[in-house]
Every structure is written in structure tokens, then in C-alpha cells.
Ligand binder design. Structure first.
Ligand code: FMN
Length: 190
């Protein structure tokens, strides 16, 4: 199962992220948890989040870039959900071996992150990558959709298509995961 941990502070005002989600929501075995919809008071249900993550084979953090970092709810999610003894430390094996994908949209265009006066994307990714690696997850090349301030329909559609393809490619590369899920679903339904 692919689990999308989606953190958009104003989900109903989103253009880019909504378009990305629209493009994947019909894929089999993909679950989306919109943190700002689930927890408007920022009171994260740690056990529910951990259960969702335990069932996932690929965990995706999807969000708009905010001040070169994560929206606050996603940072809180990391601080609360990735507990010692569960995610890391003695007995903390829950995430080990799962794939991890960082999917981020940015107002800045690609050149903005290549100028040298701002961190480039590989540098921006480091805290997220380090967190994933610390918990034993398998870091995937990140997915970006840039230039969302001025993005037109063609670019948004191309971004959505590319995101969908990234998830499909991951499923194809991990066929047993999909087959296992379909078998389990068949057992439940049959
Ligand atoms: C508080 C805030 C901070 C932002 N910081 C950045 C930033 O550091 N770099 C950047 O490229 N875009 C930044 N943006 C722009 C968002 O990343 C952009 O609006 C978003 O990716 C568009 O996606 P959406 O249509 O789903 O909202 C920021 C936006 C907000 C509201």
C-alpha cells in the first residue's frame, strides 16, 4: 500500500497539490491522509497514524514547500508519530525497509533553487532524507513540481501525469506488494 501523508494548511485553496492528488486517487492501493482535514486542532492521533504507516510499503510526504521547509503540521507529525521504540532506538523497527518518497510543490521555479544564493533541492531535502534514513527507510529520488505561482493548465497536467507515473513505476517495481494487497482484498471480498 502507498500511504500519502498530505500536509496542506489550506487544502481547499490548493491548485497544485489538489491536481497531483486528483491524478492518483483512482490508483489501486493508495491511501491519502490529509493531516489538516483530520486534525484541525493539531491534535494528532498518534496510534492511528502509526497504524496507517505500519500498513504501508511506501510512505509519501506530499506538501507545498513553506519557507524552505515543511508545513508546521507535518513537522509536528514527525515529532509525535516517529516515537522512540517505534520508529527508532531500541525496538524501533516499524519503518525499517519501507520506501519513502518526498513529493513537494514550490512557488519558485527550478532556476530559483540553482542560483547558489538559496539552498539547492538536494540540500533542502537533507533533513527529510536524514529522518527517513535514520528510521531505516529506503529514500527514493524526490518528486518536485516547481513554479506553481505561475503554473498553467498544461504544466499542472504534466506534473500530475508525472506524479502518477512515479507511483505506478514504484508499484511495478514492487509487484509482490500489489499482488499481496489484491490477494488480501480478494480474501476479504470473496
Ligand atoms: C507561508 C508560505 C511559505 C512559502 N514558502 C515558499 C518557499 O520557501 N519556497 C517556494 O518556492 N515557495 C514557497 N511558498 C509557495 C508554495 O510552495 C506554493 O504556493 C505551493 O507549492 C502551491 O501549491 P498549492 O497550489 O497546492 O497551494 C510558500 C507559500 C506559503 C503560503
Amino acid at each position: 500500500m502507498i500511504l500519502i501523508i498530505y500536509a496542506h494548511p489550506y487544502p481547499r485553496h490548493s491548485h497544485a497539490n489538489q491536481r497531483l492528488l486528483q491524478g492518483i486517487k483512482d490508483l489501486p492501493d493508495v491511501k491519502i491522509r490529509s493531516l489538516y482535514d483530520l486534525y484541525p486542532d493539531f491534535s494528532i492521533d498518534i496510534k492511528a497514524e502509526q497504524k496507517a504507516v505500519e500498513e504501508a510499503d511506501l510512505v509519501v510526504f506530499q506538501h507545498p514547500l513553506q519557507w524552505y521547509g515543511l508545513p508546521p503540521m507535518l513537522k509536528l507529525w514527525i515529532d509525535k508519530v516517529l516515537e522512540h521504540g517505534w520508529a527508532y532506538g531500541h525496538g524501533g523497527e516499524a519503518l525499517r525497509g519501507k520506501g519513502f518518497l518526498w513529493a513537494v510543490t514550490t512557488g519558485g521555479n527550478e532556476q530559483h533553487f540553482e542560483l547558489g544564493s538559496h539552498p539547492d533541492f538536494a540540500t533542502l531535502a537533507q533533513p527529510v532524507e536524514a529522518t527517513a534514513l535514520y528510521c531505516g527507510m529506503k529514500w527514493q529520488p524526490y518528486f518536485t513540481l516547481h513554479n506553481t505561482f505561475t503554473c498553467d493548465e498544461v504544466s499542472l497536467n504534466a506534473g500530475a501525469k508525472a506524479y502518477r507515473q512515479r507511483l505506478i513505476d514504484w508499484q511495478i517495481a514492487h509487484p509482490t506488494v500489489l499482488v499481496d494487497a489484491q490477494t488480501a482484498e480478494g480474501e476479504v471480498n470473496g
